[in-house]
Design a protein around this ligand. Structure first.
Ligand code: HEM
Length: 121
């Protein structure tokens, strides 16, 4: 009986150690979820065709966003953000065009408007 107890205890701790060690063996999870093969891609030329307040696409950090619905809600004067419609706007987004980053809340809102990955030449 005592031997059985020792055997079960050893087996248990071996299992625990095995599980803990497997974390360092397994490949790390990719930080960004892999895009499905059907994920649309849009070029900067395509983005450039949507450069008005009513039809506003931007390329930010390698992704394409259709911000037409969001623009009326943006807290700045309209011209501050409309100037970036149809353009690569990563730096403008990262600095609010005056050196301050957008909040995490803004990042979450932005994600809702993603329509494609930016196609690189
Ligand atoms: C890319 C061009 C953009 C520029 C130049 C820009 C600029 C600015 C500026 C100047 C402010 C401060 C407004 C004020 O307090 O008067 C602001 C705030 C804000 N912007 Fe933008 N913005 C841009 C794009 C966006 C986008 C694409 C989103 C989200 C979809 C966004 C979401 C917000 C939010 C939520 C705030 C409130 C403060 C915060 O949460 O950081 N902006 N932006």
């Amino acid at each position: 009986m005592r031997q059985l107890f020792i055997l079960v205890t050893v087996a248990f701790w071996l299992a625990v150690l095995g599980l803990a060690a497997s974390h360092s063996w397994l490949p790390a999870e990719p930080e960004v979820a892999l895009r499905p093969p059907t994920d649309p891609r849009k070029s900067l030329a395509a983005v450039a065709r949507h450069d008005t307040a009513e039809d506003c696409w931007m390329a930010i950090n390698g992704e394409v966003y259709d911000l037409s619905r969001y623009l009326p809600d943006h807290p700045s004067k309209p011209e501050v953000i409309v100037a970036w419609c149809g353009r690569e706007a990563t730096q403008a987004y990262l600095t609010k065009a005056k050196g301050r980053a957008h909040s995490a809340r803004a990042d979450r809102m932005l994600a809702e408007y993603r329509i494609a990955t930016l196609q690189t030449p």
